[in-house]
Structures are given as structure tokens and as C-alpha cells.
Write a protein that binds this ligand. Structure first.
Ligand code: NDP
Length: 475
């Protein structure tokens, strides 16, 4: 739906509050204002250990053929000291710094200076200037959606330079993987620290800032909701989507090229991982406008969790399957390969259709058809900080009638497929499904806590109508 239509709908839905309204809805529905001890402990743990976890995984592939236990055994038996492992770790090089700076600068140029052309030529694609959701302060931000274009230009240039002009080798990413890790960390910490300072000194919108008074919590979870430089450089949209997600498919291609170089062939497992994750990445960019309405953009503030996470955690840990397959080139039997492909595609189908059903339902304000029928829903209301009351709807039909987060279930099935492609010899490639299960289960709880704060008793009516979270009849 066109942005102006959505704005009109939003205007139609809102009206000034009455005494009665104020009792039924709450205004504290953004991220937490107060920090409980468990959140603080988790945050301190992550701040201290997340960079080490990433290092451990990548180092174990580099030095121990992707075994997660061998480094520990070596250390515990005194066979090796920490210093031995550290001394064998590649250091930051000027070449990696150059590659990384060029990469990020190029993505900034694509994001900032090339207005979207794809929506003019690709039927059904929504790009160009789009509006985000209403923030807790009642602001509706505009975004330039041009991620698909950035992805296409980057990949065309990658193939041209790697295979036609031979300016660099297609294995360039794999060959500089650990030196690039240091660069990604520098950017991740720099951007998170800058976001913190900016939140205190020159926020983009002071009303959408949150200060808990706890330095670590604010650093991790962010102060500003939508930090920007100028009118268009939006930190959340840029760092969430690029450079990390554009790089995801390039990283996998670099792993496939390395397999080819080392073994003279690319295994079917590597092709499966490239294809299934490629679909996921392309889906993300095709639906970038929809992404403006997801939790990352709508609800999370921009701090270390998003800044460092997007620069380091995502490109390094979401691509572990491809990295593993460079060291262990698994060739799957046909039946296994087909089974994994089907699991991945069904997972993707559920993920996409569930997300699409909600998007369609919300865009048309319920005036659509879900599985050939008029959707069923629960009417609900909430308030922004200025006391304006808004109305919304929670759908209870389609996949949203099966479970409250069936899109996560599809995502988890797809994630499992990537891992299964790597066989069962090592734990490392299964990190992704373990992590996604924790992330998405935690997200269910986090989202439901937020929705309850936002919708109050209306949310309770919804959970009574759709009692399960992820798996109907089970959880
Ligand atoms: P959702 O897209 O499920 O959005 C949740 C929000 O949707 C709620 O806060 C609520 O927002 C609204 N909503 C909830 N129930 C209903 C309903 N029945 N009808 C209408 N609206 C409803 O969650 P995410 O943003 O977390 O995830 C988006 C996708 O991204 C998912 O498919 C997920 O799997 C994927 N994802 C992937 C990650 C990865 O690292 N690979 C990480 C995180 C997500 P409102 O306030 O508008 O009512």
C-alpha cells in the first residue's frame, strides 16, 4: 500500500484520549525503563564474552579443523597455552583494513547516494521512500529503501571483478577472514560507542530516547530509538541490512570458491547452503520495506546489541556452515540432499507466508482475504507518549491462528536445514540452530511482554484465542 494511504489510515485510527481510554492502555511500550538483575547479568555476560565466542569459533576452524573441543582439551591438558593459540592467530593487516574500509564506504555510497531504481522496473517490489511504524513518541520516520539495488550492484561487481577482470580472487574474504574480524570489531565498537555519545549529546529525537541510568544496559540496548545523521542516514536500517547481510551471500560465495580451489569441486552441501541462505538474504532485501515493521526496526533501540551484532556476530556466526564445509567438504547422498532442500524450502515457505499474511492484514487494515476467507481478528488499542490513542488489530486466522509466532517456526526449520547439510561429524555448524532457537524463544517472550504492556487486556484476549507460541499443541 502506498505510504500516503497508510498515513491516512493511521490518522483515521487515532483520536485524542479520554479518561476511560487511559485506563485501558499503557504508554510505556518501548524498551525497558528499568533494569532487573537478570537482564543486567545477561548483558554483562554478553559484553564480556560475545567477542570471545566469535573468536573461539573462527579460531577453532583456523587452527583445529572446526573442532570446538580440541582447543579446550589442549588447554586443559597443558598441551598448549593460551599464548600459543593467540600467537598463531593472524593479526590485523593493512590489506584487511583497506578491504574493509572500502567495503563499508562502498555500502554507504550505495545506501546514501543511489536512489532506488528497482521499484520502477520490478513489478511487486516496494522500494524508494517508505514510512516506518509509529514510534513511542508518535514519530513516523521516512526511509530510502534501496537494499535490493545495493545487493544486485555489489554482486554484479563481485562477479565481474573476481571472475572477469581478475582484480581480486573470489577467495579474498576467506583468505583474510581473521584480519577482517578485527576490522569488523573496530567498527562494531566504534559505532556503538558513537551511538551512546550521540544519545547523550545530540540525539535525533530526544523524546524517543531511553535512559535507564545503568551505563552497561544503555550501552548494550541503546539509548536512541532511531539515530540518524542528516535526514537519511539511518543507523538501524544501514547496519542491520548492510554491510552485514549484503556480505552474507558474498562470504558464502567466497567459501564455495575456496572449496573449488582446495578440492577441485564444490560439494552439494556447499551449494545447498549457498542456495538456501541466498534465498533468505534475497527475501530480506525484496521485503526491506516490510522489515521496517519488524521488531529490530520498530522496537529495538540502537546500541551495541545491534551495532556490534550486525558488524561482527551476524557475518561471522551466521556463515559458519559454509566455513565448516571449506574444512570438511561434505558430499551428501541424493536422498539426504533432497530431504534437506525440502525442509529448507518448506521452512522458507512458512516463514514467508506467515510474514506476508501479517503484512497484508496490517496494510489493508484487515480488508483482505487470508486463505480465501475474510480474516478474523481481535480489536485492540494503545497510546503513544503524547497521549494519542491508536487502534490496531491482532489477526487470529491463517498461520497466525495456528501459533502466535509461526513465522519463527518456519525460520527455525530453515535454520535446521542449513545445519543438517553439514552432516553430524561436528557441533560447530549446529551453533546456528541452537542460537536461533534461543534467540527466537527469547524474542517470543520479549515481544509478548512488550505487546502486553502495549495492548493490556486486549493482548490477554488474543493469547486466549491463540494459546500456543511456536508449535501448535506443544509450546
Ligand atoms: P514479527 O514479525 O512476528 O512481529 C511481531 C510484532 O507483530 C508484534 O510485536 C506485534 O507488533 C505484531 N503482531 C503480533 N501478533 C500479531 C497478529 N496476530 N496480528 C498482527 N500483528 C501481530 O516478529 P519479528 O519482527 O521479530 O520477526 C520478523 C521476521 O524476522 C520473523 O520471521 C523472524 O523469524 C525473522 N527474524 C530473523 C532473525 C535472524 O537473525 N535471522 C532475527 C529476528 C527475526 P505491533 O506492535 O505492531 O502490534
Amino acid at each position: 500500500m502506498a505510504a500516503h494511504q497508510e498515513k491516512k489510515l493511521a490518522q483515521e485510527r487515532k483520536h485524542k484520549p479520554t479518561q476511560n481510554d487511559a485506563q485501558t492502555s499503557q504508554v510505556q511500550w518501548g524498551r525497558a525503563w528499568e533494569v532487573d538483575w537478570f537482564s543486567l547479568a545477561s548483558i554483562l555476560f554478553l559484553l564480556m564474552f560475545a567477542p570471545l565466542i566469535v573468536y573461539y569459533f573462527i579460531m577453532s576452524c583456523d587452527q583445529y579443523q572446526c573442532s570446538l573441543t580440541d582447543p579446550l582439551i589442549d588447554l586443559l591438558t597443558g598441551n598448549k597455552h593460551l599464548s600459543d593459540i593467540w600467537n598463531k592467530t593472524p593479526v590485523l593487516t593493512s590489506r584487511a583494513a583497506g578491504i574493509y574500509s572500502l567495503w563499508v564506504a562502498f555500502q554507504v555510497v550505495l545506501y546514501m547516494f543511489i536512489p532506488d531504481f528497482c521499484h520502477k522496473v520490478l513489478p511487486g517490489y516496494v522500494g524508494g521512500v517508505q514510512e516506518g511504524a509509529v514510534t513511542p513518541a508518535g514519530v513516523v520516520n521516512k526511509y530510502e529503501i534501496n537494499g535490493l539495488q545495493a545487493w544486485i550492484i555489489t554482486h554484479v561487481l563481485w562477479f565481474a571483478n573476481a571472475y572477469y577482470f581478475h582484480f581480486f580472487s573470489p577467495t579474498i574474504i576467506f583468505d583474510n577472514w581473521i584480519p577482517l574480524l578485527w576490522c569488523a570489531n573496530i567498527l562494531g565498537y566504534a559505532v556503538s560507542t558513537f551511538a551512546m555519545i550521540k544519545g547523550y549529546c545530540f540525539p535525533t529525537n530526544a523524546k524517543d530516547c531511553k535512559f535507564t541510568g545503568n551505563f552497561f544496559y544503555d550501552y548494550m540496548m541503546g539509548i536512541e530509538f532511531n539515530p540518524r545523521i542528516g535526514k537519511w542516514f539511518d543507523f538501524k536500517l544501514f547496519f542491520n541490512g548492510r554491510p552485514g547481510i549484503v556480505a552474507w551471500t558474498l562470504i558464502n560465495l567466497s567459501y564455495a570458491a575456496k572449496q573449488q580451489e582446495l578440492y577441485g569441486q564444490v560439494t552439494n552441501s556447499m551449494i545447498l547452503v549457498n542456495v538456501l541462505q541466498g534465498i533468505y538474504v534475497l527475501d530480506f532485501f525484496w521485503n526491506e520495506a516490510w522489515y521496517l515493521k519488524t521488531i529490530d526496526i520498530c522496537h529495538d533501540h540502537f546500541g551495541w546489541y545491534l551495532g556490534w551484532g550486525d558488524c561482527v556476530w551476524l557475518p561471522y556466526l551466521y556463515t559458519l556452515q559454509g566455513l565448516y564445509l571449506v574444512y570438511h567438504p561434505v558430499q551428501l547422498g541424493t536422498a539426504n540432499a533432497v530431504g534437506i532442500l525440502i525442509l529448507g524450502l518448506i521452512g522458507y515457505y512458512i516463514f514467508r507466508v506467515t510474514n506476508h499474511q501479517k503484512d497484508l492484514f496490517r496494510r489493508t487494515d484487515g480488508k483482505c482475504r487470508i486463505w480465501g476467507k475474510k480474516p478474523e481478528y481481535i480489536e485492540c488499542s494503545y497510546m503513544s507518549v503524547d497521549g494519542t490513542k491508536y487502534y490496531s488489530k491482532l489477526m487470529t486466522s491463517g498461520f497466525w491462528g495456528w501459533a502466535r509466532h509461526f513465522n519463527y517456526t518456519g525460520d527455525l526449520m530453515g535454520s535446521l536445514a542449513y545445519c543438517l547439510a553439514c552432516g553430524f561429524a561436528h557441533l560447530l555448524p549446529y551453533f546456528y540452530i541452537i542460537y536461533m532457537t534461543i534467540l527466537l524463544t527469547h524474542r517470543c517472550i520479549r515481544d509478548e511482554h512488550r505487546c502486553f504492556s502495549k495492548y493490556g487486556k486486549d493482548w490477554k484476549r488474543y493469547t486466549a484465542a491463540v494459546p500456543y507460541r511456536l508449535v501448535p499443541g506443544v509450546f
